[in-house]
Design a protein around this ligand. Structure first.
Ligand code: NAP
Length: 272
C-alpha cells in the first residue's frame, strides 16, 4: 500500500479486524487513522496498534487517500452528510455497510469514487471472503488498493455489477450461519449415536474445517471431491442418498434465494 493513508470511520469489530490485518501486512501505524464516538474502542486500537484516533470524523479524513465507512447501515446517511463538506473527489470511499447503494453514498457524500464491499464474519479472524464492486470513477490503482485492503481479512473477489452484492450476501455474507447450522445438526446427530457432547462437537467442527481447507486447496471442485470420498454402497453413499432424497440441494437453493431477496428488500428500505 506504499504510503497510502487510510481513515476508518467507525472503529467497531470490522474496522478493528481490518486494522489488525493491515498492520500484520506491514502497513505503518502512521498510515492508519480511526474515528469513533466511543473512547474505549479508540483506546483499545491505540494500545494494540499505536494508530492515531479521532472523535471528529471530518478531522480524521483530512489528507486521507482512502476513507473506509465502517458504521452500521442505519446511520450511514447521517455520517455521510456530516462528512460531505470535508470529502474531496480524489479520495476513495470504501463502504463495508450492508444494503447501502453506491448511488446513495455518492448522493450523500457528493463524490463518485466508491467501492462497495460485502465481507463476512470470519473476517474477524482474518479468514473472511468479500465481494467488491467499484463504480466507473474508481481508477485501476484505487481498485488495487481496495483489493489489498480487503485482502487483509481474507479473500477479495470483484463483481461486475452492483446488484450481485445481494447474491454475495446470500452465499458468503450469511453463509457462515449455514455452516454453523450444519455443525449444530451433525453434533446433535453424533450425540444421538452415543458420542459425548464435547467429542461430537469437536468431530463436527474439525470435519467442517478440514473439508473446507481441502476444498480450497484442491484442484478438484466440490462435486469431484465428494465423488472421490463416496464409494458405491459405502457409509458416505448411504448418508448422501438420504440428503438427496430429502431434497437437500433444492432446500439450499431455496434458502439462498430467500436470503438474496431479503438482502434486496432491506437495501430498498435503507434507500427510502
Ligand atoms: N461484523 C460483520 O461480520 C460484518 C459483515 C459484513 C458487513 N459488516 C458491516 O460492517 C459495518 C460495521 O459493522 P461492525 O460489526 O464492525 O459494527 P460495530 O462493531 O457496531 O461498529 C460500528 C462502530 O461505529 C461507531 N459509530 C457510531 N456512530 C458513529 C459515527 N457517527 N461516526 C463514527 N463512528 C460511529 C460505533 O460506535 P458505538 O458502538 O458507540 O455506536 C461502533 O464502534 C456495518 O455496516 C455492517 O453492516 C459487518
Amino acid at each position: 500500500m506504499g504510503n497510502t493513508h487510510i481513515t476508518f470511520i467507525g472503529a467497531g469489530n470490522m474496522a478493528a479486524s481490518l486494522i489488525g490485518g493491515l498492520c500484520k501486512q506491514g502497513i505503518k501505524p502512521e498510515q492508519i487513522r480511526a474515528s469513533d464516538p466511543g473512547a474505549q474502542q479508540l483506546q483499545t486500537l491505540q494500545d494494540a496498534y499505536n494508530i492515531k484516533t479521532f472523535s471528529d470524523n471530518c478531522l480524521a479524513i483530512k489528507d486521507a487517500d482512502i476513507i473506509v465507512l465502517a458504521v452500521k447501515p442505519q446511520i450511514m446517511r447521517q455520517v455521510c452528510e456530516q462528512l460531505a463538506p470535508a470529502v474531496t473527489a480524489q479520495q476513495l470511499i470504501i463502504s463495508i455497510a450492508a444494503g447501502v447503494s453506491s448511488t446513495s453514498l455518492s448522493h450523500w457524500l457528493g463524490v463518485n469514487s466508491i467501492v462497495r464491499c460485502m465481507p463476512n464474519t470470519p473476517a474477524l479472524i482474518q479468514q473472511g471472503v468479500s465481494g467488491l464492486y467499484a463504480t466507473a470513477q474508481v481508477s485501476a490503482a484505487q481498485q488495487q488498493q481496495a483489493e489489498q485492503l480487503l485482502s487483509a481479512v481474507g479473500l477479495a473477489v470483484w463483481l461486475p455489477e452492483e446488484q450481485l452484492i445481494d447474491a454475495v450476501t446470500a452465499v458468503s455474507g450469511s453463509g457462515p450461519a449455514y455452516f454453523f447450522l450444519l455443525i449444530e445438526a451433525m453434533t446433535q446427530a453424533g450425540i444421538k449415536l452415543g458420542l459425548p457432547a464435547e467429542t461430537a462437537a469437536l468431530l463436527a467442527k474439525h470435519t467442517a474445517q478440514g473439508a473446507s481447507s481441502m476444498a480450497c486447496q484442491s484442484p478438484f471442485d466440490a462435486a469431484q471431491l465428494r465423488q472421490q470420498v463416496t464409494s458405491p454402497n459405502g457409509t458416505t453413499a448411504a448418508a448422501i442418498e438420504v440428503f438427496q432424497q430429502g431434497g437437500f440441494t433444492e432446500l439450499v437453493d431455496h434458502a439462498v434465494q430467500r436470503a438474496a431477496e431479503r438482502s434486496a428488500e432491506l437495501a430498498q428500505q435503507l434507500s427510502e
